[in-house]
Design a protein around this ligand. Structure first.
Ligand code: PLP
Length: 393
């Protein structure tokens, strides 16, 4: 008896593995600085929790429609119009169990066996796994550190073939924090339209863009852009609700309908009372201030982490423009030890500081530092990295 070919390659998410390792060491009393987490260190705001508790008490504990609560889809439709300047009717929105499930629904709905998906690299760990689970072939579009890892239409062109079905766009990016400027985004969208390529716009980090830059949803550019785009987002990062598992995808109705049907045959619906919490996140006037405060704090932490990393000899580092990660190039050090995985193990064992190896994101020689920790912890952690790296020479 053997398992299917589709799952034969699947790897557990390395980011979650690092988190597990951090928890294990901490439970043994090790004083570890954890730079591995892909989630804000803020608590979910109380008004969101209260709305969820009220829903539970009111007996909102049963199945919801598989596309999500009608009032949540209505509120999302308003949000997308108000904040992203794109009109999606509630019937074009599917609420699901986090952005991860939203992405999976898209790949299930769109990909035929052997279809190619353009994946700018460094990429978030889950994309290639999900693409392959759905029969697709990830085609890596390499991004250059010298260009700040920012995707351009020119980068994509050489990789388009007759089998290209989807381009993945994740701006601001996990793991690099790179942010595609609006003019370039327009060129990328035009290229997709000309070549009949779907655009999956993963907007999970839209709330975390720095230096006064403004986030733009590609679906807002034109009717044609909206036609080819799947707009993906979640409550996870924006409202510090990673464990709630509520996300969504917006797309033309014929696609949304299919994805809602797949939802209905897999998870049925995102958890009922969690959806009420999500609804409160969209409707409560305190939410804006909460998100803004988080953004300001993250921007300060980004500045601190960047300034400190710049001072470590033999590393290069791109200043991230969004998200909450920084992705320095430590290849001078990782080559001494043999790989970035070995380097990450060395940093944990000798320096008591945990990061994620760049190879998990398709970029050997780098490490991902998540600055979802206090400024003091950033100082302490980067000092530790510096000290143990010096010992390698
Ligand atoms: N997309 C990106 C780029 C992410 O970094 C993450 C989480 O790390 C997700 C999607 C998944 O979000 P969710 O927790 O809502 O499933």
């Amino acid at each position: 008896m053997s398992l299917s070919r589709r799952v034969s390659h699947i790897k557990p998410a390395p980011t979650l593995q690092i988190s597990a390792k951090i928890n294990e060491l901490r439970s043994k009393g090790v004083d570890l600085v954890g730079f591995g987490a892909g989630e804000p260190d803020f608590d979910t705001p109380n008004f969101i929790k209260e709305a969820c508790i009220k829903a539970l008490k009111d007996g909102k504990t049963k199945y919801t429609p598989s596309a999500g609560l009608p009032e949540l889809r209505e509120a999302l439709s308003e949000k997308l119009y108000r904040e992203n300047s794109v009109h999606y009717a509630p019937s074009e929105i599917v609420v699901t169990a986090g952005a991860k499930m939203a992405l999976y629904l898209i790949f299930v709905a769109v990909l035929e066996e052997g279809d190619e998906v353009l994946l700018p690299s460094p990429y978030w760990v889950t994309y290639p796994e999900q693409i392959m689970l759905c029969g697709g072939v990830p085609v890596i579009v390499p991004l250059k550190e010298e260009k700040g890892f920012v995707l351009t239409a020119e980068d994509i062109k050489p990789y388009i073939t007759k089998r290209t079905k989807i381009l993945i766009l994740n701006s601001p990016s996990n793991p690099t924090g790179a942010f595609v400027p609006q003019e370039e985004l327009k060129k990328i969208v035009e290229l997709c339209i000309e070549n009949n390529v779907f655009l999956v716009s993963d907007e999970c980090y839209e709330a975390f863009v720095y230096d006064g830059k403004i986030f733009t949803s590609p679906a807002s550019f034109s009717k044609e852009a909206r036609e080819i785009t799947f707009t993906v987002n979640a409550f996870s990062k924006t409202f510090s609700m990673t464990g709630w598992r509520v996300g969504y995808v917006a797309a033309p109705e014929r696609y949304a309908k299919v994805m809602a049907d797949v939802n209905s045959q897999t998870i049925s619906n995102a958890t009922s009372f969690a959806q009420y919490g999500a609804l409160e996140a969209l409707r409560n006037p305190q939410a804006k201030a909460f998100v803004q405060e988080m953004r300001e704090i993250f921007e300060k932490r980004r500045n601190l982490a960047y300034e400190m990393l710049l001072k470590i000899p033999y590393i290069s580092v791109v200043k991230p423009e969004g998200a909450f990660y920084i992705f320095p190039n430590l290849s001078k050090y990782s080559s001494i030890l043999g790989s970035d995985l070995k380097l990450v193990e060395y940093l944990i064992d000798k320096g008591k500081v945990a990061c994620v190896p760049g190879s998990a994101f398709g970029a050997e020689g780098f490490i991902r530092i998540s600055y979802c920790v206090s400024e003091d912890t950033i100082r302490e952690g980067i000092e530790r990295i510096k000290k143990v790296l010096e010992e390698l020479f």
